[in-house]
Design a protein. Structure first.
Length: 229
C-alpha cells in the first residue's frame, strides 16, 4: 500500500480569505457555548461558494438569535437586504435562503479559521432584449379588373441626423447618500454617511478601508470610491 499523508480534516471546508459569489444554504440554531454560557444560543448561517477553485465549499457566519438594529444579527440582515433596517419592521430569515450574495471571507478571531465577515446582494445578470426584426417589405399591389401588378413605392430615404454633442459633466450628489464601508477591510462593513466617510479618507487608520461599489457589485478601496475626481 502506498504511503498516505494525514491531513487536517478542516482543510476540506476552510475557505481562503477573499471575495466570492455564494448562496445562502440556510441557518440553524446552536446552543450556548460551554465557554460562554451567558451569551445564549446563536444562529450559524451557511454559505456555499458558487464559482472558482473554492466552488461547493461552505463557509459560515454566527449571529445572536435576537434581531436588533445594532447587533451582529441586525448587521447581517442589513447586508442581505442591501439597506438599513427599520425599527419595528418584520423580517423573515427564511426569505434569504437560496438567495445569492457577494461574500467577503476573512480570518476568525483566533486566526485559525476563516469566516464570512461581510456580504452584499449579488447582482443578477439580465439579458438584453433581442433586436427588432426589420419591417417586412410591402406586397405588390394588384388591380383586380385589369390584372396589372404595380410595384410598391420605395420607402423614403432616411434623413441623416447629426449626432448630438454631449459635454461630459462629472458631478456627484452626496445629499442623503450612504456608503457600505469597512474601515480596515477586515471588520464587518456598516452603512455610513458619504460625507462622513469622505472626511475620514486622510485618517491613517483608513488606509485599508473598502467600500461596496453598487455598480460593480464588489468591494473597492475606499479612496478610489470616495475620491472619484
Amino acid at each position: 500500500m502506498a504511503m498516505v499523508k494525514v491531513c487536517d480534516s478542516t482543510d476540506q471546508f476552510s475557505v481562503p480569505v477573499g471575495t466570492y459569489p455564494a448562496k445562502l444554504l440556510g441557518y440553524k440554531e446552536m446552543p450556548a457555548s460551554p465557554r460562554f454560557p451567558d451569551s445564549g444560543a446563536s444562529y450559524v448561517w451557511e454559505f456555499e461558494i458558487l464559482e472558482g477553485l473554492q466552488a461547493r465549499k461552505t463557509t459560515s457566519r454566527w449571529t445572536p438569535t435576537k434581531l436588533t438594529t445594532g447587533n451582529n444579527f441586525g448587521k447581517l440582515v442589513r447586508e442581505m437586504l442591501g439597506r438599513p433596517l427599520i425599527a419595528g419592521e418584520d423580517v423573515d430569515p427564511d426569505n434569504f435562503i437560496g438567495k445569492k450574495y457577494t461574500i467577503t471571507v476573512g480570518p476568525s478571531a483566533d486566526g485559525a479559521k476563516t469566516k464570512v465577515i461581510m456580504l452584499a446582494p449579488l447582482a443578477t445578470s439580465t439579458m438584453a432584449p433581442p433586436p427588432l426584426a426589420p419591417p417586412a417589405a410591402p406586397a405588390p399591389l394588384s388591380n383586380r379588373r385589369t390584372g396589372h401588378v404595380t410595384a410598391p413605392a420605395a420607402p423614403p430615404a432616411p434623413v441623416p441626423v447629426a449626432p448630438a454633442v454631449v459635454t461630459p459633466v462629472q458631478t456627484i450628489d452626496t445629499k442623503d447618500k450612504t456608503v457600505f464601508v469597512s474601515r480596515d477591510g477586515v471588520e464587518q462593513a456598516t452603512f455610513m454617511d458619504y460625507d462622513e466617510a469622505y472626511a475620514m479618507i486622510s485618517n491613517p487608520t483608513w488606509v485599508n478601508a473598502v467600500v461596496y461599489d453598487t455598480a460593480k457589485k464588489i468591494y473597492v478601496p475606499a479612496r478610489d470610491y470616495l475620491l472619484p475626481f
